[in-house]
Design a protein around this ligand. Structure first.
Ligand code: ZN
Length: 118
C-alpha cells in the first residue's frame, strides 16, 4: 500500500477504549466492502449485523478514525469481521476473542483482538 491517501484508518476495541487498537487499515475498496457488510446504520447497544442486543463491554466496537459514530458487533460477527483483516493472525474464533466484559468475569488476562507480534 503505497498511497496512504487511498487508505482508510479505523480503530476497534473490545468494550474498553483503553484497549483500543487503532492500527486498522483498509484500502478504500475494502472499506467500502466493509461498509456494505456493516451497513449504514450504527445502532447503539445492538449488533450492526444481526441486531441482537449487546452490552457495551460484551461487544466489539468499531469506528472509522476521526468519526463520531461507530458500530458494535456481537462476538460471532466480530470474529467474522476481524478474520477478514490480513493483520489478524492467527485467525480468531468466538472462544479466542476476548471482550472486556469477559475478562472481568474471568478475572483473567486477554489479548486484544488484532494484537500482533510482528
Ligand atoms: Zn451479530
Amino acid at each position: 500500500m503505497n498511497r496512504p491517501d487511498d487508505a482508510v484508518r479505523f480503530l476497534y476495541h473490545p468494550g474498553d477504549i483503553l484497549l483500543k487498537d487503532d492500527s486498522g487499515l483498509l484500502c478504500r475498496t475494502c472499506w467500502r466492502a466493509a461498509l456494505g457488510w456493516l451497513g449504514v446504520e450504527q445502532p447503539e447497544n445492538s449488533c450492526a449485523r444481526c441486531g441482537i442486543p449487546l452490552e457495551h463491554s460484551h461487544s466489539l466496537h468499531l469506528r472509522r478514525t476521526g468519526d463520531e459514530g461507530g458500530w458494535q458487533l456481537c462476538p460471532e460477527d466480530a470474529v467474522a469481521f476481524l478474520n477478514q483483516l490480513r493483520t489478524v493472525e492467527p485467525k480468531l474464533t468466538v472462544e479466542t476473542l476476548s471482550l472486556a466484559g469477559d475478562w472481568r468475569l474471568a478475572g483473567g488476562s486477554g489479548v486484544s483482538p488484532g494484537e500482533t507480534e510482528s
